[in-house]
Structures are given as C-alpha cells and as structure tokens.
Design a protein around this ligand. Structure first.
Ligand code: NAD
Length: 257
C-alpha cells in the first residue's frame, strides 16, 4: 500500500520548529496519507507551527495546548471533536525539565524540578491518551518519544531519565487499559538528534560522537528514520505491537561496552 495511513486522522503534539522530532514524524504521517491536527505550546511558537503545518494546506488545523493547563487540553480536544468525528493517531513528542536539573548531580534535583519534569514529560501522555481514547472509535495508535536514559544512567540526563522511565511504564499501563479498544500505545526510543530540547542537555555533542563511535550502525538516527518508524507503528502492520519500546538508535542499546 503506497499510502498506509490514508483515511486516518492524527494529532501531533510537540512541533516547535523544523528540527523537532514531531515535525519529522508529522511529515512522514502526512506523506503516508494521514490528515493532521497540530498543537502549539503558547503564542511564541504559533507562527513556527502555522508555517510548517501550512505546508500540508493552509487549512491544516492547529490549536494552542500547553499540557500543564487542563483548560487548554480540554479546549484543544473540544475543537478537535468539532472538526472530526474520529481520531486514529496520537503523537506525544513533548518533554521538559528545568535547566538547573540537567546540570550537576541528580541527587540535587529539587522537588519542584522533579515534579515539573514528570508532569510535562510523563503525566501528559496519560492525560492526552485519556482525552484521545473516546475519539479513537475505530482503534488507534499512540506513540511517545523516549530515550535510553530511561533504563541506564546517562550523565547529565538526570531527572529526564527518571521521567522517561515513568513515560515507558505509563506506556505499558496505558497499553493494558486501551488494548480492549484496539488502541495501541508504544514508545520510540530515539538515539540523540540535534533539536532544541537536545541542546538543553550538557555534553550533547559528546553524546552524538559516542554513538558514532559505539553504535553497531556507526551513528545515531536520522529524523526521517524516526518518521518511517512512526508510520510503521501507526499502520496496520503493527496491529499486534503494543506496550513496547522500539529503539531507533543505530543499535546502541544492545551494547555492553
Ligand atoms: P523539541 O524541542 O523540538 O520538542 C519538544 C517539544 O516539547 C516542543 O515542541 C515543546 O513545545 C514541547 N513542550 C514542552 N513543554 C510543553 C508543555 N508544557 N506543553 C506542551 N508542549 C510542551 O525537541 P525534540 O528533541 O524534538 O523532543 C521531542 C521528544 O523527543 C521529547 O520527548 C524528547 O525527550 C524526545 N527525544 C529526543 C531526543 C533527542 O536527542 N532530540 C532523543 C530521544 C527522545
């Protein structure tokens, strides 16, 4: 099938600019035939997202949605249900931790930074899944973006690694809850990609070099490869895959040394 996502409607959370992983997956979803609806986090990002989403047609819907604001999440989904009776796909490509928590020692993470990182990077998946599920009347595929720091210590990744562990565990519990509605929930665990969020992590350049030196494929991953994996997980070919973490990292995750 040339257009494996023809007739599907997808919600895309997490485009900030053209380097965003969400944008790579959105492009691949659109290429595969899906119609998309975008969020943007605050007025500051509206123009960026409008311009990118506009490449799929000037009428591509986008609505504000900061996941820390319940009323914005409610309004977002109300607007979605006004324009489509059904949703098939949800991409969660959102993470945040206060800068000071990504420097220095993990042991010094404040209660507030810990809560913020988990609220924005993990709880939001549960919240968005709960809001999307009633619209996924024909089954669905939910995808969240994770990183290896969820399972092993990656220096400087700190509380974000702990939040990713929570995101991955949440993925499994959501997969269990939603399986009976034929809604699948999976994580893509990406190797390092040079994006806005990545630049917030101290030593990110060294991390990329480390993958080049140690991953079996000899590099991390390309955004377009994350897009292709996003299409696969969204397609019927993945109909029996749920609750999983799929590594798109040049194979780095299998290495012991
Ligand atoms: P990015 O900065 O382009 O995207 C992060 C997005 O999170 C932005 O669009 C931002 O608006 C959104 N966001 C932050 N706080 C929010 C809030 N309160 N409400 C709504 N949205 C909010 O960076 P990215 O690298 O594309 O990150 C996307 C996802 O991929 C994240 O979950 C990140 O952890 C994950 N990831 C990134 C890498 C990498 O190396 N870049 C590797 C593995 C996983």
């Amino acid at each position: 099938n040339a257009k494996p996502l023809e007739g599907k409607v997808g919600l895309v959370f997490g485009v900030a600019n053209k380097r965003s992983i969400a944008w790579a997956i959105a492009q691949a979803w659109a290429e595969a035939g899906a119609k998309l609806i975008f969020n943007y986090q605050g007025e500051r990002l509206k123009d960026n997202v409008e311009e990118l989403a506009g490449t799929f047609g000037s009428d591509t819907p986008l609505f504000p949605c900061d996941v820390t604001k319940d009323e914005e999440v409610d309004t977002f989904f109300n607007k979605v249900s006004e324009i489509t009776p059904k949703v098939d796909l949800l991409l969660h490509s959102i993470a945040f931790a206060p800068k000071e928590a990504l420097e220095g020692d993990f042991i010094n993470t404040s209660r507030e930074a810990y809560a913020t990182a988990h609220n924005i990077s993990a709880y939001s998946l549960v919240h968005l899944a709960r809001k999307s599920a009633p619209l996924m009347t024909d089954g669905g595929s939910i995808i969240a973006m994770s990183y290896y720091g969820a399972e092993k210590v990656v220096p400087h990744y700190n509380v974000m690694g702990v939040a990713k562990a929570s995101l991955e565990a949440s993925t499994r519990y959501l997969a269990y809850d939603l399986g009976k509605k034929k809604i699948r929930v999976n994580c893509i665990s990406a190797g390092p990609v040079n994006t806005l969020a990545a630049r917030g992590i101290a030593g990110f350049g060294a991390m990329l070099k480390h993958y080049d030196a140690h991953a079996p494929i000899g590099r991390s991953c390309e955004p377009s490869e994350l897009g292709a994996t996003g299409v696969f997980l969204a397609s019927d070919g993945a109909a029996s895959i749920t609750g999983q973490v799929l590594y798109v990292d040049g194979g780095y995750q299998i290495m012991g040394m």
